[in-house]
Ligand binder design. Structure first.
Ligand code: ADP
Length: 225
């Protein structure tokens, strides 16, 4: 599904990625670990084509994402759901509206929206918070709404950039269980974290970045730095 071919990214004052090569198959659950500044977010940006590599290529299902036309790129991006540490819900919309909004943008009917939104909120364990506004929810609940929103249009790939960075251990464990559930129903998951416990407990593949270098690729890895 994803193939990085000798990808480097240089910024004026730093090298964020150095000659990175790896592939991720459809259905995998991959954690990307590394200290702050190791290049994790930059790597995710390369997949979403939010920034161009200095050299090398990134493929999504054999398509070079940085060579796509202006019309083709949104098609790829629609196949990717994203979750971030800072959640990014619309503050003046309730849980239902925050999720419905993305379905409207994707051209889905009111009927589809009315049936899918409660279903996805049940999946993240928040069926009873459907009419709550972000300020009425805890940090963990807000992140679960953001995950529901990221998967509402059934992406093939879910990207999560430090999704538990602001959460306590109990909320963190719950969020990871949700990612595992999403992965078990067929969605590829890529998660960045510097939380050693998450990765140890997952026992799934771990890519380790060290100053922009892919220093390890462990099949059923433990946090190695
Ligand atoms: P991580 O997500 O692992 O914390 P990042 O990918 O955010 O790491 O950053 C990797 C390196 O690239 C850091 O040295 C950071 O300062 C630098 N960097 C990231 N984004 C930019 C940018 N837009 N402009 C300049 N330097 C950047």
């Amino acid at each position: 599904m994803i193939y990085f071919d000798k990808v480097s990214k240089k910024y004026p004052n730093s090298v964020a990625l150095q000659d990175i090569t790896f592939s991720i198959e459809s259905g995998e659950f991959v954690s990307i670990v590394g200290h702050s500044g190791a290049g994790k977010t930059t790597l995710l940006k390369m997949i979403l084509a939010e920034d161009n590599p200095t050299s090398g290529k990134v493929f999504f299902d054999s398509q070079d994402v940085h060579a796509l036309s202006k019309r083709a790129l949104p098609k790829i991006r629609r196949r990717i759901g994203s979750v971030f540490q800072d959640v990014r819900l619309l503050p003046n919309k309730n849980a239902y509206e925050n999720i419905a909004f993305l379905m409207e943008v994707a051209g889905r009917t009111d009927q589809e929206i009315a049936s899918d939104v409660p279903h996805v909120l049940d999946l993240v364990g928040l069926g009873d918070k459907i009419w709550s506004f972000p300020h009425e929810l805890s940090g963990g609940e807000r992140q679960r709404i953001a995950i529901a929103r990221a998967i509402i249009n059934q992406p093939d790939l879910l990207i999560a950039d430090e999704p538990t960075g602001n959460l306590d251990p109990i909320n963190t464990a719950e969020i990871i269980e949700i990612f595992k559930k999403i992965n078990s129903i067929g969605t590829t998951v890529i998660l960045t974290t510097h939380n050693k416990k998450i990765v140890d407990n997952l026992g799934k593949r771990v890519l380790t970045l060290d100053h922009g270098v892919l220093s390890r690729d462990d099949k059923s890895g433990k946090y190695a730095i």
